[in-house]
Ligand binder design. Structure first.
Ligand SMILES: *Cc1c(COP(=O)(O)O)cnc(C)c1O
Length: 431
């Protein structure tokens, strides 16, 4: 009997038959276990905010919220998503380097916990918007720290960046509280980088961020009602990497948190996590259309590709490294061959996996990319070749829920206009 990949007892072939391929499948139990694996060990004073950027699906957000996650958003639609998913405004923070006036106004009007400002001109704009509304705007300052994190996938601190305000500049700008009377400066935010797989690095970052927040609050005379220590917790994708151990991590973090809360009992502590919460729970399922060989290499040409899963291309590394992959409908067959797994796009870049060890692949097989619940469609060029975005299905408590419909040809065409050579817009220059 062949062994098939299942999500809570639902065979992948059944999911493919019902919803078609390519398809993202999310396992609600995996999401819950991931969240609680950290939540149940982490010091209770540290709140976990879900960074919608990693996977902005409203049902994923709602499910994580039902477990206890709050929301960290970075656009108008992410804000609306979190609120519609049922996250109370006081459990939402908004950050991002280029917020629009409309986005900032929506932050104030919806009453979120904090706007994380990334420049002094942005604080000035928030001050103006607050004055117009007759409210005080809760603002946390994002700091670009002097120190950098080592051993992270993508470092943020210690470099010229568009994110945050340089630590030096903040320490030299001690009149901020006075200068912006309609802003309630109430916190500090630091995000050191992403894809960190070393527990000690996260503990060290957190220690330094809490220390920086204390020093800043003293220097600027700002009340510390919130400190967001970022996060950047990674998940392993490639050979030679290993996952963070939540027990080791929290054994390191909890005394640091305890020490800080003893001195600042009223301060809300926030850790914001995207990838760590969702990556493991998602599988990208592709159907194989054709198999062929070219110059001695095997190719499985699938119906899905990098337009849904840019992360799997492995941008940023010189050598292409493969995400964990499998032939999902024949999990028990040994991987005796090497296959290039490619998609329908007309570019050699549309290679999901290079020389992946797999069993002999046949048309109709379902190839899965595991650990695909973060930075899939949201970070991919879904409009390339006008394919559009795939369906997404959440399996929770044994039930399947379609949580995003596949884009149809009409969805993709309806926002375009066929120009009429006899008509012109009023703004046209007459000739
Ligand atoms: C992208 C980002 C996150 C989420 O990052 P993950 O690596 O997915 O956890 C959190 N905070 C900030 C400021 C970010 O830019």
């Amino acid at each position: 009997m062949t062994v098939e990949f299942q999500v809570q007892g639902v065979p992948v072939s059944e999911l493919a038959r019902r919803y078609g391929t390519p398809l993202f499948v999310y396992d609600g139990t995996a999401l819950r276990d991931r969240f609680h694996g950290l939540r149940d060990r982490l010091h209770p004073a540290m709140e976990i905010f879900y960074s919608l950027k990693a996977n902005p699906n409203i049902s994923i957000c709602a499910l994580l919220h039902s477990f206890g996650a709050r929301a960290e958003v970075s656009s108008l639609v992410e804000l609306a998503t979190a609120l519609r998913a049922g996250v109370p405004p006081q459990q939402v923070i908004f950050l991002g380097p280029g917020k629009s006036r409309q986005e900032l106004a929506a932050c104030l009007d919806s009453g979120i916990h904090a706007v994380v400002c990334e420049s002094i001109p942005e604080v000035a704009l928030v001050d103006e918007l607050a004055r117009e509304r007759g409210v005080k705007a809760p603002v946390a300052l994002r700091v670009n720290p002097r120190f950098a994190v080592k051993r992270s996938g993508l470092a943020m601190g210690g470099k010229p960046r568009q994110f945050g305000i340089d630590e030096e500049e903040l320490f030299a700008t001690t009149d901020l509280v006075k200068r912006f009377p309609d802003v309630d400066l109430m916190g500090v935010h630091v995000y050191m980088g992403t894809r960190i797989l070393h527990e000690a690095v996260i503990v060290e970052n957190t220690t330094r961020i809490l220390d920086l927040a204390e020093r800043l609050s003293a220097a600027l005379n700002l009340e510390l009602r919130m400190v967001d220590v970022g996060g950047g917790l990674g998940v392993s994708y490639f050979d030679g990497e290993s996952d963070l151990d939540a027990q080791v991590l929290t054994d390191g973090l909890n005394p640091v948190i305890e020490d800080f809360t003893a001195r600042h009992p009223g301060t809300r502590l926030i850790m914001e996590l995207g990838r760590y919460l969702t990556a493991e729970a998602g599988t990208y399922v592709m159907g194989v259309r054709y198999t062929k060989t070219s110059m001695g290499e095997r190719f499985a040409v699938a119906d899905g590709g990098t337009h849904h899963h840019m992360a799997a291309v492995g941008i940023g590394s010189f050598v292409k490294r493969n995400f964990p992959m499998a032939v999902l409908n024949r999990l028990d067959e040994p991987a005796t061959e090497e296959w290039n797994v490619t998609g329908p796009l007309c570019t050699p870049g549309d290679t999901i996996g290079k020389k992946v060890p797999l069993p002999p692949v046949r048309p109709g097989d379902l190839i899965g990319v595991h650990r695909s619940g973060a930075y899939g469609p949201t970070a991919s060029p879904g409009l390339f070749l006008s394919h559009g975005y795939p369906a997404e299905v959440l399996v929770h408590e044994g039930r399947c829920h379609l949580v995003r419909e596949r884009d149809s040809p009409e969805d993709l065409l309806q926002r375009q206009r066929l120009y009429d050579p006899t008509a012109h817009d009023a703004a046209d220059v007459p000739h």
